[in-house]
Design a protein around this ligand. Structure first.
Ligand code: PLP
Length: 462
């Protein structure tokens, strides 16, 4: 019996009570998962020795690649000294050194980092920073937070409420509704007139300005968005004038600009941060994923110097997590940062990203069910459509993208995907985001295998 089947049958017999009970509540219900055994570079091997090309770095996480022993050693060194001290009692040299090293890279002026355990916690912490800032400025009525449809900021309830992914929100709708949402900068799926508006930076900025006016003078606390939308839309960058216009509007109205760089940060889009494509600075930012590249659950809520100083002057930041400010996480992050810099991996993400896009364009650019291939750096989205002319999506009930994922996996290729981008339910995109160390040969294999998997999946549902 293979490792895959053993895991399945163990789950079943334990469920039936024949063995001592104790099992994993998996991310995928009712599905057997292969057992991961080892990983190196862009490859993961399962317990049966099968190799998988990790074309999505898990969930667009493993920026520096798998199997980096120097990151493991850095964590070991810190863990040998001490693994945990409470963040209200001690700081650590690991944390302080990391803050000094990462500061100049972050897309905020004079940044102060608040380390947490991941992206959702980072977003929640950013929201609390926003609140603390306005309270410190004696503007308690600035409570309105504006986000966008077609966005993802996490699955904890505050972050989910901020997110504009309807199918994720739906089961929890009775607990949501605190935040406002405006349009995503996503012209591809709108009708012709709307497409012009949604692809036009001025029109999009005007929508933000109207939302601020509608909320009322002095009521808006922050605008939160991903610089380039990740899984929610599939690597969608806004038109060029968008971010500078949005930043200007926020400043003019006293609202903080919060950048969700959880997926786009640390080189993923070919620049250090998504906002760097437009030279825009945030007031507050969330980072995770690439911060440690998957070596430790670690994220950052970051405040600009001005926001941090105001909060400090206000004298209070009512917040905190048991596992925030981890010295082991900081040690991992510092080594990941050193690797990104010394191996020039951000530049590699830009160059290899272009190559990947060209390859995917070559293999799939003319495919009748591929509507658009897009992205920046090593974040590449492939929009699947039933009809290229009308851009109509396949009905979600056909579960095309899951079939693409399954066929790809059979071929030893791991991809990431998003759904609901067309209307909240329908619409499917494949998302590619391999480690920055991906080789030319692997890039070719990604494009070839993805094209074959899409072909097979479309045939299957035809
Ligand atoms: N923000 C963005 C843009 C993300 O892509 C994600 C995760 O995919 C999150 C926030 C939430 O991060 P986490 O899953 O680490 O909580």
């Amino acid at each position: 019996m293979g490792a895959y089947n053993r895991a399945m049958s163990r789950g079943r017999s334990e469920a039936a009570g024949r063995e001592p009970v104790g099992r994993v509540f998996q991310r995928v219900l009712g599905d057997g998962l292969p057992v991961a055994a080892r990983a190196e570079g862009s490859t993961i091997w399962d317990a049966e020795g099968r190799a998988y090309l990790d074309a999505a770095g898990g969930a667009i996480v493993v920026n520096v690649g798998h199997g980096r022993q120097s990151v493991v050693e850095a964590m070991k060194r810190q863990a040998r000294a001490f693994t945990y001290v409470h963040g209200t009692i001690f700081t650590s040299e690991a944390l302080e050194a990391y803050a000094r090293a990462v500061g100049p890279r972050l897309p905020l002026d004079e940044p102060a980092i608040y380390p947490v355990s991941g992206g959702s916690e980072a977003i929640e912490s950013c929201l609390k920073m926003v609140r603390a800032y306005h309270l410190a400025r004696r503007e308690p009525d600035r409570t309105v937070v504006i986000a966008r449809w077609g966005s993802y900021h996490g699955n904890s309830l505050g972050a989910l409420d901020l997110s504009g992914r309807e199918f994720l929100r739906r089961p929890y709708e009775p607990w949501l509704g605190r935040f406002r949402h405006i349009s995503a900068a996503y012209p591809y799926r709108a009708g012709e007139a709307a497409a012009r508006a949604l692809g036009d930076a001025e029109a999009l900025a005007a929508e933000l300005e109207s939302a601020i006016a509608e909320a009322g003078q002095g009521r808006v606390a922050a605008f939160v968005a991903e610089p380039i939308v990740g899984a929610a839309l599939g690597a969608v960058a806004p038109p060029d004038g968008y971010w500078p216009a949005v930043a200007e509007i926020c400043r003019r109205h006293g609202a903080l600009l919060v950048a969700d760089e959880v997926m786009t940060g640390f080189g993923r889009t070919g620049r250090w941060f998504g906002l760097d494509h437009w030279g825009v600075r945030a007031d507050v930012a969330a980072c995770a994923k690439g911060v440690t590249g998957g070596y430790f659950p670690f994220g950052l809520a970051v405040a600009s110097g001005a926001v941090y100083d105001t909060i400090v002057e206000g004298g209070s930041f009512v917040h905190g997590f048991t596992y925030s400010h981890s010295p082991v996480g900081a040690a991992a992050a510092a080594e990941v940062l050193r690797i990104l810099e010394s191996e020039r991996l951000v530049e590699a993400s830009a160059a290899r990203g272009e190559r990947l896009r060209a390859l995917v364009e070559d293999r799939l650019g003319g495919h009748p069910n591929v509507g658009q291939i897009r992205g920046r750096g090593l974040l590449v989205g492939v929009e699947l459509v039933a009809d290229r002319t009308t851009r109509a999506p396949f009905p979600r009930s056909a579960r095309l993208v899951e079939k693409v994922q399954a066929r790809a996996r059979e071929r030893g290729l791991l991809i990431y995907y998003g759904t609901g981008n067309a209307d909240g339910t329908n619409g499917e995109t494949v998302l590619l985001g391999p480690p920055f160390v991906v080789t030319d040969e692997e890039l070719t294999a990604i494009a070839d295998q993805l094209a074959a998997a899409i072909g097979e999946a479309v045939t299957e549902i035809a």
